[in-house]
Design a binder for this molecule. Structure first.
Ligand SMILES: [Zn+2]
Length: 189
């Protein structure tokens, strides 16, 4: 067993974003993030993998994607899975009532986590990734699993298991690495 980076024990937590985090995310995305509430998950090196964004951006725009995948290698891995038919395979898993029930619960958890930072009427009941009954964006469900920890989002967990990227092995570009000491055990939070 290895500790989950960014969501140990499934307990959602948001770390404040440092200046270096904001700098790394700007490099990861090629733009400045707006409405940053904090960091939802990190690479083993400490670089952000998931940014947590306010449900309403500073300019007033409603923003449903509370957990947003920023890491280029993670994003590319999710895109590859979307391209190779994995999304349809994961959708089929929802035919299992137990998986469907857990996915629906993930939707509720997503909304609850977001609404703790403000209820925005325009996006009420709208989570991300196709939840609660569809699989439409593996980036969104992967981001949810990375931030919430294992056991919350079954489709996100499956995406992480199938991905050829993991937060446990740093695949950050040289200028985009965090400051965690290489080889040290990642901090659970
Ligand atoms: Zn890294």
């Amino acid at each position: 067993m290895t500790a989950a980076v960014g969501g140990a024990g499934g307990a959602p937590g948001i770390e404040p974003a440092t200046e270096r985090d904001l700098e790394i995310m700007a490099l990861q995305l090629g733009r400045t993030m707006r409405g940053v509430l904090g960091i939802g998950a990190r690479c083993a090196c400490g670089a952000p993998t998931v940014v947590v964004t306010s449900p309403r951006l500073p300019d007033g725009t409603p923003f449903p994607t509370f957990y947003y995948l920023t890491h280029p290698a993670a994003t590319a891995a999710a895109s590859r899975l979307e391209a190779d038919g994995t999304m349809a395979a994961l959708q089929e898993r929802l035919a299992d009532p137990e998986v469907a029930e857990r996915y629906a619960a993930a939707h509720v958890a997503y909304l609850a986590a977001r609404e703790a930072h403000g209820v925005v009427d325009e996006i009420a009941g709208i989570s991300a990734g196709g939840m609660p009954t569809r699989v439409k964006c593996l980036h969104a469900v992967l981001a949810h699993s990375l931030a919430a920890g294992p056991g919350v989002n079954p489709i996100g967990d499956a995406t992480l298991a199938l991905a050829d990227w993991s937060p446990e092995r740093c695949a950050c570009a040289p200028g985009q690495r965090g400051s965690a000491v290489q080889g040290a055990a990642p901090s659970p939070r």
